[in-house]
Design a protein around this ligand. Structure first.
Ligand SMILES: [Zn+2]
Length: 333
């Protein structure tokens, strides 16, 4: 991972969660990117977005053109927080996760509807995610990063001052795990047992797998155990199912590399989870201490690399020392 110079500024007091980026940040961000003032509505209006073909530029397909024109988060960067400049390092740990979610949001209508529904709960992770997306839409990287770190991840104090995001992938995935939870219904035959009847399963936290082929088993539909965890009564049943609002339009799981190292060749192009078919949409690759993302569109693969964010890179297989870190699935249409 690229190491940058230590921050020059001094951190003072953390903002309260939910605080907006200051006008100073937004202005800074605009200056960096040469953007002009944009519509400040909370949610980007999909209907207003222009994905028009650039003059003289031949686009092989609508989706590829859309993907090419999408803002891509650059590696590193800085933002002003309480008057001090926070200089960030190792941002690829979280940039790839945000870039995938942003891409899903921009190209998949069902994802947009799903995220807006979850964002209705003020101060939820999704609420801040959509606020960050508003800035990504205008390439306002500093303002977007500030919301993600300060509001969504609740990074503050010396940690924020340091600006090092090394090993943050797991942290952001845990925060965003509620975007696609699974419900586990538990029944113990002992009428006096106090075992909870229902718990939420977060794939990042509660279903660790090291290879994609294991995920269908991790999200089993029904399992009968001989013994209750709590009362030791013989006859406990567990049933995993999608929540009452239905299955999410996308799904993500993390590969923990404990038993196996997941390579690109282990990926499955489609997977069935709790009876719902999903297609492989993207995956993050860790190679030489740097994360990149491979996106799959219309049978082709493209690479997002924050170090070369100006272009969408044509796919080439990863090197021998790579590992696949997260897998992102999109519900079959
Ligand atoms: Zn029991």
């Amino acid at each position: 991972m690229e190491r940058q110079e230590r921050k020059a500024g001094i951190y003072k007091n953390p903002d309260l969660p939910g605080t907006d980026p200051s006008d100073e940040d937004v202005e800074n961000s605009r200056k960096q990117t040469g953007m002009t003032k944009q519509n400040e509505a909370l949610e980007p209006e999909r209907s207003r977005e222009q994905w028009g073909k650039k003059k003289g530029k031949k686009l092989p397909s609508k989706i590829e053109g859309l993907l090419e024109d999408l803002p891509r988060i650059p590696y590193g960067g800085s933002f002003v927080h309480n008057g001090c400049n926070v200089i960030l390092r190792n941002t690829c740990n979280i940039d790839n996760v945000i870039q995938i979610l942003f891409t899903l949001y921009k190209i998949n209508k069902a994802t947009g509807i799903w995220l807006h529904r979850l964002a209705q709960e003020r101060d939820s992770a999704c609420y801040f995610l959509l606020r960050a997306f508003r800035h990504l839409d205008s390439s306002e990287w500093a303002a977007a990063r500030k919301i993600i770190l300060v509001n969504l991840l609740k990074v503050g104090g010396a940690e924020l001052e340091d600006g090092d995001l090394y090993e943050s992938e797991d942290r952001i995935l845990q925060q965003l795990g509620d975007l696609f939870i699974v419900v586990k219904n538990i029944t113990c035959k002992n009428p006096n047992c106090r075992l909870p009847k229902q718990i939420d399963i977060c794939p990042m936290r509660d279903a660790p797998v090291s290879l994609p082929a294991m995920i269908e088993e991790a999200f089993y539909c029904q399992k009968t155990f001989k013994k209750c965890y709590l009362c030791s009564y013989q006859g406990l049943t567990e049933k995993q199912q999608w929540p009452a609002i239905g299955p999410p339009p996308f799904f993500c799981y993390y590969l923990n590399q404990v038993e196996n190292v997941c390579k690109e060749e282990h990926l499955l192009v489609s997977q069935k989870i709790l009876g719902v078919e999903f297609d492989l949409f993207a995956y993050t690759v860790l190679e030489n201490n740097h994360y990149t993302t491979v996106f799959l569109f219309e049978g082709k693969r493209y690479i997002y690399n924050g170090l070369k964010n100006k272009t969408l890179i044509k796919y080439r297989p990863s090197g021998p020392n790579h590992s696949v870190s997260t897998v992102w699935l999109l519900k079959k249409q």
